[in-house]
Design a protein around this ligand. Structure first.
Ligand SMILES: [Zn+2]
Length: 186
């Protein structure tokens, strides 16, 4: 359950809730959507305008120009897997992993870290990057040509996709700039 994980693993909205709940000792019980009675209109009524979450907070290390950010949102919307994932995150997860479509089953293990915010899918504070933008993000993560571990740390604080660690390794190993910088063999 999300409350047993480290706070930064939670999406920003949940983080705030968990912070508010910290003084209390409580047990959170999961109830599947079908068992939750339909809320009446008053309990659904928002208490004011939705809180604005500054995006800088979520994208700790990767700087997005505004047009890149809207591209990221567009590509997230276009990506078929992400569209299906977003649907599940918003509507609620099934009771069993095997009830998910196969291509979404890899998200099951960290389903309680996933959230949809402002057209993007988040895993804790990391933004899920659709396939079409992974190459661009990899180049941004590695723009200062740091080694594999440092590049992975940057990613860990900002962006996520399933094969990101392997992709970083492949990219750094193939990077011609890094190879030229290596001390040459005597
Ligand atoms: Zn490099």
């Amino acid at each position: 359950m999300i409350q047993h994980k480290h706070l930064v693993a939670a999406p920003p909205r949940l983080q705030r809730m968990l912070l508010r709940l910290q003084p209390y000792s409580l047990t959170i019980v999961y109830r599947p959507g079908k068992d939750v009675p339909v809320a009446d209109c008053l309990s659904r009524r928002p208490l004011g305008p939705p809180e604005h979450i500054p995006l800088d907070l979520q994208i700790n290390f990767v700087q997005f120009a505004p047009d890149r950010l809207s591209q990221l949102k567009e590509e997230t919307a276009k990506d078929a897997e992400f569209a299906a994932l977003r649907e599940v995150v918003v509507r609620g997860w099934p009771e069993r992993r095997r009830d998910l479509p196969r291509h979404l089953q890899s998200y099951w293990a960290f389903r309680d870290e996933l959230a949809v915010e402002d057209g993007l899918i988040l895993k804790g504070e990391r933004i899920l990057i659709p396939k079409s933008m992974r190459e661009y993000i990899l180049s941004k993560l590695h723009e200062s040509h740091q080694d594999i571990e440092k590049t992975r740390l940057r990613a860990k604080a900002s962006v996520y996709w399933e094969s990101i660690n392997d992709d970083i390794e492949d990219m750094v190993k193939d990077c011609t700039v890094c190879q030229e910088r290596k001390p040459s063999q005597p």
